[in-house]
Design a protein around this ligand. Structure first.
Ligand SMILES: Nc1ncnc2c1ncn2[C@@H]1O[C@H](COP(=O)(O)OP(=O)(O)O)[C@@H](O)[C@H]1O
Ligand SMILES: [Mg+2]
Length: 395
């Protein structure tokens, strides 16, 4: 069939032609936008889920919706090795410049710029290739203590007050939020606490791996009052069928029922897998309807593509010992793996696994759904590990 017309788009952050099964969480975002614009308080949103479930795509959809409703948006993607301050400062400066160009009194905006300058100075950001270039004296004593948990709330308050003075609401969207350290997450939480107390028009929408456990302890109940954590998971079978069928129907193509059911079963409803199956079966079919034979025939090519483009991301950066750790997890079982069971399997002490465990969490390969448990951040990753290292223990 016509490759140019292929309606599927497998790929990190690639928008699907139909965003299926997410109406409820999109509605939740709309309510948040609407309420905060009217000066009412509402919980910010942190979308949590495994890789490939569609968090980035949702965050982008929410960003567009916020803009449609008149919000100024800032969208950043966290990295393993870039600080929150470094990511946010230039974007906040651009926002303040934009506010500065609007009609009206400038004092709040000038103040926010001066606070930002102090903030940048105190954290010794080196904008080597990106001069901060704010032509103002920094405001002494605001957001310049060097302690992010004090400074970020002060800075964001100044920004929110500047926006409020222009009748503008601000949405900060942060993807891959799990990469931030505890101090940075805590600084964000404290900032949102201040926003809510003062009912200022600045909200946070985040997406990332399930990080609630990392907000545990003291800050947890506090975080739960400020944030909703809608879990983003695989699509229900009915939505999975829709995610395959609707895009092809629009082009006059259909699947035979058993072909559709087979794909729903094999993908387990995970959006990334649905896109890849849709894409490849479209490519390989001669004509409509797409049959079970086409689905079966496409399987090995799809597995290979997923291995290369989805599972292998970040995999080649792992050490042999880290790969063995992951292979061991696959051996322990499909559900969350207890670290004690893994130690037993690998015939080592639990304590000796800690550095590897920490490194794999840092690299975004695994996470801890609850204390003492570990799971892969990528769905069906255990099967990939078995394909990579078939024998256990490896020869
Ligand atoms: N609701 C959905 N329906 C169909 N496909 C989707 C949906 N959400 C995401 N996808 C597809 O899934 C893939 C992964 O989406 P992405 O947003 O990158 O996931 P994540 O950020 O959770 O890793 C993309 O190819 C995207 O087109
Ligand atoms: Mg993503």
């Amino acid at each position: 069939m016509d490759s140019i017309q292929n309606p599927f788009s497998p790929g990190a952050g690639s928008p699907p032609s139909d965003l299926v099964g997410r109406d409820q969480v999109l509605r939740q975002a709309q309510i948040l936008f609407g309420r905060v614009k009217q000066g009412k308080s509402e919980k910010s949103l942190l979308l949590t889920g495994l890789r490939g479930v569609g968090k980035t795509v949702l965050l982008n959809a929410m960003s567009r919706e916020a803009e449609r409703l008149g919000y100024e948006t800032i969208f950043v993607e966290a990295h393993e090795d870039k600080t929150l301050a470094l990511l946010l400062a230039p974007r906040l400066r651009n926002l303040l410049y934009k506010l500065d160009r609007m009609e009206g009194a400038k004092d709040k905006i000038k103040r926010a710029l001066a606070v930002l300058k102090g903030f940048v100075g105190s954290i010794k950001l080196t904008f080597q290739d990106l001069p901060i270039g704010i032509d103002l004296e920094p405001e002494k004593g605001s957001a310049d203590s060097g302690d992010l948990e004090i400074d970020l709330p002060e800075l964001l308050m100044a920004v929110a007050e500047a926006a409020q003075s222009r009748g503008v609401a601000v949405a900060i969207l942060i993807d891959e939020i799990q990469y931030f350290g505890e101090k940075e997450l805590s600084a964000l939480i404290m900032s949102m606490h201040r926003m809510q107390q003062r009912q200022l028009p600045l909200i946070l929408l985040g997406a990332g791996l399930p990080i609630l456990p990392r907000l545990a302890g003291e800050s947890k109940s506090y975080a739960e009052r400020l944030f909703a954590f809608p879990p983003i998971g695989p699509l229900e079978p009915e939505d999975a069928r829709k995610a395959l069928q609707d895009p092809v129907s629009a082009l006059g193509v259909r699947y035979e029922t058993d072909a559709l059911e087979e794909m729903v079963k094999l993908t387990q409803g995970y959006p990334y897998f649905l896109q890849e199956w849709g894409y490849q079966t479209w490519s390989q079919a001669e004509s409509s309807p797409i049959t079970l034979d086409v689905v079966r025939g496409a399987r090995s090519a799809i597995t290979q593509r997923l291995d290369e483009n989805f599972f292998r991301v970040r995999f080649d950066r792992l050490t042999p010992a880290e790969k063995l750790f992951l292979r061991g997890m696959a051996e322990v079982g499909s559900q969350a793996c207890r670290i004690g069971d893994l130690a037993e399997l690998l015939q080592v002490k639990v304590g000796s696994l800690s550095p590897r465990r920490a490194a794999l969490i840092h690299k975004g390969m695994i996470y801890s759904p609850s204390h003492g448990d570990l799971d892969f951040t990528v769905p069906l990753f255990g099967e990939f590990m078995r394909r990579q290292i078939p024998a256990f223990p490896p020869k």
